[in-house]
Ligand binder design. Structure first.
Ligand SMILES: *Cc1c(COP(=O)(O)O)cnc(C)c1O
Length: 361
């Protein structure tokens, strides 16, 4: 069986080695030494000023919205995982969808200004599949209209744009370290900011608002993560350059084998000046019908690609009447092919052969 992804795990001895320390200390959570060490190493790895290791990527988004005190409407992308939209709604704000660029699949910055009104408080965009948003244009629009910017960088671990980590863009950027993501801690996430005041606020918000044992800074939530999760991250972090290198090789092999089909399928365009992480391998087909044919053929051989991202988030049943034709079109025709460490070239040959046969009809 070949799934769209397969969680990358370290040698179990390396993980157990760190667990011995946890057992010795009997310090399982609440800013334990492994969680603090992981935060430090992630800051170094990503080259960012403040980073908080939290329990998942969704709580990271929700804390970001709270920390920026957002109200009213938040301009966002319809082409992302559901958490990008649901976290906005959960925090009692209204998602205002701006359609995506047909090439990069990220929010179309040229369409943002016409969606701004007196209730708009922020722009929350996703670097979808690790493809950087048009961060310079978005920054200029946000400054002009006095809006905050949050980037959902759940897919962007290890991506650099204009020689700096994508996590350095926006007032806040968030990560997911879920087991299906490129870098993971089983469950986990991070909140990144370069703003000292905001970081101060987030440090309280993610720990119930505790300011010492008996006093409170203000309202907070439980966003902490544990030592056993941090241990996984510490085992994996040093392996990330090799992990990304292997995925690059596999992606390029897909590129080579799919080249003869490029009149029938297309791939997102990654902007120049991007150092990419090869987190996903999305392919857009000519029609939803073709996509379903391809999926059925692959499934028949026990190969399970996924429809990332479908449906387009503007069509969720708790959103009313906000069309986004580009996103809806791409959503209905896009499939992420299997891509993970340990996938081999024979398997990629098998997958692309099945696709070639399926789209002929
Ligand atoms: C995975 C993901 C999230 C949510 O992360 P969790 O850690 O699963 O809560 C948010 N946004 C995007 C774009 C994601 O892909």
């Amino acid at each position: 069986m070949i799934n769209v992804t397969k969680t990358y795990l370290p040698p179990i001895e390396e993980y157990i080695h760190l667990l011995y320390g946890v057992w010795d200390r009997v310090h399982l959570t609440n800013n334990g030494p492994l969680a603090l060490e992981l935060e430090k190493q992630l800051k170094d790895y990503l080259g960012v000023k403040h980073l908080f290791f939290v329990s998942n990527g969704t709580i990271a988004l929700q804390i970001a919205i709270k920390a920026l005190d957002l109200k009213g409407e938040i301009i966002t992308t319809p082409f992302s995982y559901v958490a990008t939209t649901s976290s906005i709604v959960w925090e009692n704000c209204k998602p205002k969808f701006v359609d995506i660029e047909p090439d990069s699949f990220t929010i179309d910055a040229d369409k943002i200004e016409s969606a701004i009104n007196e209730n708009t408080s922020a722009i929350m965009a996703t670097h979808v599949f690790g493809i950087p948003c048009n961060v310079n244009k978005i920054k200029a629009i946000a400054e002009k209209h006095n809006l905050k910017v949050i980037y959902d960088a759940a897919h962007s671990f290890g991506v650099n744009y204009y020689d700096t980590s994508v996590f350095n863009y926006g007032d806040i950027a968030t990560a997911s370290f879920h087991a299906t993501k490129l870098f993971h801690t089983v469950e986990g996430g991070a909140i990144v900011t370069n703003d000292d005041d905001l970081a101060h606020k987030i440090s309280y918000m993610k720990s119930f608002g505790h300011k010492g044992q008996e006093s409170f800074w203000g309202v907070g939530i439980n966003g902490k993560n544990s030592e056993v999760h941090a241990a996984m991250g510490l085992c994996l972090l040093s392996k990330m350059p090799d992990v990304i290198q292997e995925r690059k090789k596999l992606s390029e092999y897909y590129d080579t084998l799919l080249a003869p089909l490029m009149s029938k399928v297309y791939r997102p365009v990654i902007p120049g000046d991007t150092e990419y992480n090869y987190a996903y391998y999305p392919v857009v087909f000519e029609s939803e019908e073709k996509l379903l044919q391809v999926r059925d053929s692959l499934n028949a051989s026990f190969i399970y690609p996924r429809r990332y991202f479908y449906p387009s988030l503007n069509t969720l049943n708790y959103i009313s009447d906000q069309p986004a034709p580009v996103s809806e079109g791409i959503s209905s025709k896009i499939l992420c092919l299997p891509l993970y460490n340990g996938l081999n070239e024979r398997e990629i040959e098998q997958i692309t052969t099945i696709i070639a046969a399926a789209i002929k009809y």
